[in-house]
Every structure is written in C-alpha cells, then in structure tokens.
Design a protein around this ligand. Sequence first.
Ligand code: FES
Length: 634
Amino acid sequence: MNIRLTTEEHVTTEPGETLHAALRRAGVDLVASCGGTGSCGKCKVRVVSGKFAGVPSTRLTLRERERGMVLACQTVAETDLYLEVPKESRLVVGDRIALSRTGELAAYLRTYGAEINPLTKRIDLELPPPTLTDSISDLDRLKRALVLAGFGGIRLSHGVLATMAGVLRCADWKVSLTYVEDNEFRDEALFLTSQDDARHRYGIAVDVGTTTVVLYLVSLADGAVVDVASTYNSQIQYGDDVITRIVFAAEQSDARHGVAALQSAVISDINALLDAVTARHAIADESIDAVTLAGNTTMSHIVWGLDPASIREEPYIPTLNFFPVWKAGTLRLKVNKQAPVFTMPCVASYVGGDIVAGVLASKMHRCPETALLMDIGTNGEIAIGNEEWLVTAACSAGPCFEGSGIRCGMRATAGAIESVRIDRSSFEPAVSVIGNVHSVGICGSGMIDAIAELFQCGLLNPKGHLVEGLTSRIRKGEDGLEYLLVRSPDRQNDIVLTQCDIENLLRAKAAMYAGVTTLLAEAGFTIDAIQRVYIAGGFGSYLNIEQAIFLGMLPDLPRDRFSYLGNTSITGAYLALLAKELRNEAEAIAARMTYIELSASRLFMDEYVSALFLPHTDLSQFPSVARRLGERKA
Ligand code: FES
C-alpha cells in the first residue's frame, strides 16, 4: 500500500506494518519518546483520507480524534493513505543549536596550567632514498631513521605499513610519523604522511548526549575551536531516554541487532556533523587524528556497541567504566581510521563520562570551597565536593524538562515558549518564544517559569493543584484541569499546561532537590555548606534561577553563588582532547568520586516526598521564597 504525505513525500507500507515503522523506513522520522509503545502520544499524524486500523488511545483528545489524528505507532493502513505529519511530530535531525563562547576555550585551557599535549604526536623524519648500495627494505629504512631520531622502541601498526611504500615515495622520503603514547606498552606509530599533509592537524571533541550530539573541530596545534556543529541524537526515534533505548535493544529478537541499530544511529549523526565541518573548511578526513567522546554510561556503551542491558537491571552494573583507547576505524567514524579515541571515564551506571567531564570543566575538584554541580538534561545528575572529596548521584528526574511526557512539551528549539510572565491581577500570560516565531509548544524553562508564576499568582496551591474560579484560563480539558497559555486561532492547537504536566514537573524538581539534600546528608553537610552552584546542560542556558528556586528545585542560596556553565560535557571533552594531564585528571576524578545509589536510599524517598510541595514542606529551607510569599499575602 502507498502513503502519500501532504509534503509530497511517498512511502510504501508492508501489510501489518505500523505507520511509524513505514515512515521511519522512508526516512521520515517522528518523535517517539516511548519507543513506539503508544504511551507518549508524540507520534501523532493526521489521516486526511484512506482507511486504517488502530488501537484507540487516551493520548489523543476527542478533538484530535475527530480531526483524524492517530498515533502512528499504533496504526496500520488498510488502504492507500493521504497523511499529514504535523511539524511538532517530526523529529528534526540536523538542527543547529546555538553555541557560544568557544573562542574563549583555548584561553580557558591555559588556566589549568596544562601543556597542549594531544592524544597523537608527530615526528618529522627525513630518510635517505634507497640506492643500489643501500637497498634495505622500506620498513628497515624507516626503523633505522627512527633509531637515529631516538624513537627506536616505537611499535609500527598495520596502518603505517599499509600505505608506507606510496607515502615515502610521494613525499620524497620526507615524512611525518603520527604515534600515540601508551602508558602500559610501547608507544605505537599509527600512520605516515608527507610533512606537508602533517602541517594541519585536527581533533574532534564530541558530546554524545541522550538528546543532542555536539561536535567541536579543534586545531591540535593551538587548541582553537575551528568549528562547532550539533544535531539531535537520532536514537530519539527509538525512545527519549536511556531506559526506553535499552528496552528497545533488549526487545529485538537478537539484542545485538538492537544495539547495532542504536550505535549506527549515533555514529551517522557524528559522521553527518563531520561531513558538515570538513566541507566548510576543506579538510580531509585523514587530517583528523584524535577524538574524545563524553557521554553518559549508556551512551558510552552504545557508541562502542556494548550491550547496555545490565545498566537497567538491579544491581545496575555497567560492562566497564574506564574505556581503553580504541581506534576510530572501529566506529567507522569519518576521520583517520587510525585515530585514537579517548572516552571520558564513567563512575557508575547512571553517572557517566559527561558528569566527569562536567567536574573537570568546573574545576570543582581542584578548589577548597564546596561546590554543587547540577546537570539538568534528559535526566538529572549531581555532584558535590571539593579538592578533598566528591560524591555523585543520578536523580531519575526523567526527561520532562526536555518536553517528554508533557502535553505541549518540546525541546528548547525554535517555536518553544521559553519564558512566561502572568499578570498578577488579570492572570493573562505573556510568553517569549525561541526564535521569535509562532509558539508550537513549551520547553523546560518555560514550564518552570509557568509553574512558578501560577504559584505566585495563587492559581496553583502549594500541593501543585490548579485553583478554579479565578480566571477562565483555568478550564476543564480532556485530561482534567489545564491552564491555557496560548490560544491558537482555530482553537485546535491551544498550548496548555495540564494538571498532569504540573505533577510530572513537580516530581522532577522534587527528585533534583531531594538528590542534593540526600547527597549532602550522606557527606555530613547541610545546604549552607555549598559555596558555589554550577548549572550545566543545554537546558541550563535558558533556566531562570530565581523561578527555579521559587519552585523549590534549586537550593535557596545567595544568587551570586550560582553560575551557568552551559554544556560542560563538551568542554570537558575539549580539555581532554588537548592535554594529557587533563585526561589523567579525568580518570582520577572518576576513580575518586563516591557514587550514591538513590533508588536504595530511604532518606532520598523522605526528602523526595517533602520536596513535592511548592516550594517544600519545610519552608525554613527556602527563606527568600517564604519572604516573597509573605509579601504577596500582605
Ligand atoms: S505513542 Fe507513538 S511513539 Fe510514543
């Protein structure tokens, strides 16, 4: 059967195949937060004409059903179909996400006092050309030159020998040998080039996030960031968070195929970014000869094709935390196949290399003052400590800050409401939208703003329940009470925050705050001990600190103790790419961090229940909020 889209794309579907699967096969990716189980309601499409069979879903409103909306993952075609795929259902892969301040990174690297010492090094060699009287083999000639240069102990890889004969002759016997230092074995020579080709050397630092993939192309000579590219992690088509992706892999008839599909999705993303930056700067793939990767433990496993199944099962054990330096060719990355790949070490199943990178980038492990690092992304991870001790935990906040599980939720991209103000007397909202375009949904910072504003206006009580009767914007919707944020012209696509959404977000903020208080208690401290708070993650770039404190998500500390660090995972990967000392430091951080498993902590559960209130059942923990609430009442 055939499916024609309103965008003039054509797709064929096999008998019994869901629309979601058929569209994905044809390259039309849909947002599929639940991995196609029918629970997230994100894969909505509209059947304009044709017959279909499907499972009725409560994830669709009556109005949506009347308009022909169906969940693509729960629907199969019975005849040829004419379909509309709404903008918000499309998974946009390849969106560029604004990144800034990369120009300052080389200067930031210098503040560590570390020498530029990348993963790969080069030796320039000039070999005497062979003659009838000096007719030793090319390999012996190269070894002889290495001995003379003081590198007699170096191992020569197959990569060197594979191209050696041609390179030596084309380069007129003036060559550059790239090698990698090895702490345990002899240093290994990786490949040979002409000295001209060796003049420009690049590396890439990659943040493999659950939601986004960010890549820096870096000059290995001076640490300059030559270009930046980012995209959504297209594994999203298999699920929004790490758990749904692990489940996806496990549910395939052979888990290896599931892991391979996930691996191939993210490797294609990195390669697409590489295509873009190498084309922009006319750089040959072979000139990129060092790679660092930072990701959470599941992403790090999947990138290397390791089955992450045991990460999800009690007692939550990863295959490994410290990854050997493997070759880029193993990953089919579009860089020099021999390039070594350093993977940021992980701490435990739910605290990965991205957090180690974050600690490295914040320098909290080097400072005497106690700092709190909160990475608020698809999940929430926290680290607390100083130069003497470090503790860490994952808070299971869930992906709602990324828009998942929220009726009108979306990621922080164009069209997302990022901030909300509600007039105290009319209760009318004013919203600002990313990209100054029409709003199509609301992202994490917008939701935090909206809930904090509703609470401040008295439209939300401390239990997080919407209060009826004060404004017509609080109305009964398909899922119960909801607050109308933006009315759409046809009233079909109103942007609302439902009671369910609010409860979802309160659970997430409670998990973050309870994680902080539990970790502090485990370390024998209270909130006052925290002298610095670092907020990390793409989400952190938009977060309104004041509102997040008002909500009880962040501790009520003097505002000058808070700093945004943006994406610390990519900053840490950048630092590790350039300095051996910082690669060693990352390994030392991972080794000395104490991981606390919160799911097994009684204290965490108690703290979590207390933190479900707005801002908290114990108002003494939020003195500035208590003051503001008192003023409001007065
Ligand atoms: S409901 Fe279809 S992918 Fe989640």
